[in-house]
Every structure is written in C-alpha cells, then in structure tokens.
Design a protein around this ligand. Structure first.
Ligand SMILES: NC(=O)c1ccc[n+]([C@@H]2O[C@H](COP(=O)([O-])OP(=O)(O)OC[C@H]3O[C@@H](n4cnc5c(N)ncnc54)[C@H](OP(=O)(O)O)[C@@H]3O)[C@@H](O)[C@H]2O)c1
Length: 215
C-alpha cells in the first residue's frame, strides 16, 4: 500500500503553521517567510527554483525527501490561494506556470472548478470530499506511489485526526507567532501511535519525524 507522507511542514514554537492575515501579498500572513527561512537556504530549494548555491547538511538532506516516490499531493484551499481566490477565474496557485509538484494535486475545497493543467506535470484538481475519500482519489492518481499531504495546518490536522498519515516531518522553528492557524489542536496523545525522532540542526530548527507504528 502506498504511504501518506507530510514533508517540510514548519511550525513555530507555539505550534502555528501559518500566521494571521493571509493575503495575496502575504501568503503566510504576519509570519512572513520566517517559517521557511531554513528551507529557502538549502541547496535543494535553490535547485527547485533553478538558482545556484544553497547549503548542504541536515536541513538539505531532510528537505529533499519531499519528492521521491510521491505520485500525488493533497492540499487545502488555504494553501492553494489567499482568501477569495475562488472568485478569481484566473487564479492558478502561487507557484507560477511550472509549479514544483510535478504530479496531480488535489485541492480540497468547497468551491470546485475544472482541472487546470500546468507545465512540468502538475495538474490541479478541485475536490470536495472528506479526507478518506480524497485520499482514495489521490491514491488512484498516484499509480501505486505515495501521496503527500501538503498542508496547510487545517488539512494536515484533519488527516492526522482521521489516522491517515504514515510519515510526518515537522520542522519546529524557534519563533513565537502568537496567532495564526495551529497544527496540534485536538491531537492529544498523537505521539502514542508513532515512533517519534528528533534532531536539532545547526541552523536553529528542530526536525521531528513521526512514523506510524506498524500493525
Ligand atoms: N507551515 C507550513 O509548512 C505550510 C505548508 C503549506 C501551507 N502553509 C500555509 O498554511 C496556510 C493555509 O492553511 P489553512 O489551515 O488556513 O488552510 P488549508 O489547510 O490549506 O485549507 C483549509 C480549507 O480547505 C478547504 N477544505 C479543507 N478540507 C476540505 C474538505 N474535506 N472538503 C472540502 N474542502 C475542504 C476549506 O476551504 P473552502 O471551504 O474555502 O473551500 C478549508 O477552509 C497558508 O498560509 C499557507 O501558506 C504552511
């Protein structure tokens, strides 16, 4: 069976996966880019956006686990665009004509629209379905490969609550956001069903991996 994986999901010390006040000019609200500075510094990210440079080391090694063996992504409407994107027929996500996903992407939304084919293998599909049903659709599209749950915090939380996530890589960034959307609410005791490993990076972030215990 293909796995359900979460990668590079960044949270503040107080557990927020995004800030407050998301808009076209501020995809992460008042958090700005602070949740992902560790990732933007890596060689993997530089390769992804076609720029030379970037750091090697632990952050890079873990960040680049994002793509291998992934056949589809599921994301929330809040990751796909700012509030109100569904009123703009031209909105195709934040990532330009060649998004980094390169697989089918299923956007969970109550505002469905026809699929949008992008360059590089990404197609956005719009799905109004509960997590288990959405996963079934994504698995079919993934053709036996794994499915990534790409965020935001609401969708990752919903998939965790439904017991659907097999592997999760959370990156704890040493900042306090104070407000925004929290990842952990309602997930008390999540660690009991997982092997949890933690490693600190010289960059200042802490990588926490959750591996769901086998049967
Ligand atoms: N920290 C990270 O690493 C990370 C990663 C990715 C994204 N983000 C950030 O996270 C923020 C978005 O997160 P979020 O928690 O606000 O929103 P989200 O999880 O992206 O999406 C939640 C929304 O998706 C739709 N939805 C969710 N489940 C659904 C279902 N089963 N059926 C139909 N529609 C469903 C609903 O929107 P509608 O009712 O409007 O359709 C819901 O309000 C953005 O700022 C993004 O930049 C952070």
């Amino acid at each position: 069976m293909s796995l359900v994986r979460v990668h590079n999901f960044s949270v503040s010390l107080d557990g927020f996966g995004t800030g407050e006040g998301q808009s076209r000019d501020a995809p992460f609200g008042h958090a700005g880019e602070r949740l992902h500075e560790w990732m933007f510094a890596t060689r993997w990210w530089h390769e992804t956006i076609g720029r030379p440079g970037g750091t090697g080391g632990l952050d890079d090694a873990l960040a680049r686990r994002f793509a291998p063996d992934i056949g589809a992504e599921i994301m929330g409407a809040g990751k796909f665009g700012p509030p109100g994107w569904h009123e703009d027929p031209e909105w195709k996500g934040w990532w330009g004509p060649d998004p980094p996903f390169r697989t089918p992407v299923f956007v969970l939304t109550h505002h469905r629209r026809p699929p949008i084919g992008m360059r590089g293998g990404t197609t956005f599909h719009f799905l109004d379905a509960p997590p288990a049903e959405a996963l079934g659709t994504a698995r079919e599209a993934a053709g036996g490969r794994d499915v990534r749950v790409g965020g935001g915090p609401t969708v990752v939380r919903d998939f965790l609550a439904a017991g659907l996530v097999d592997r999760m890589h959370v990156v704890v960034v040493p900042i306090l956001l104070g407000r925004g959307v929290r990842l952990w609410d309602g997930l008390e005791g999540l660690e009991r069903d997982h092997e949890v490993e933690t490693v600190s990076s010289p960059s200042g972030v802490t990588h926490v991996t959750f591996t769901r215990a086998g049967p």
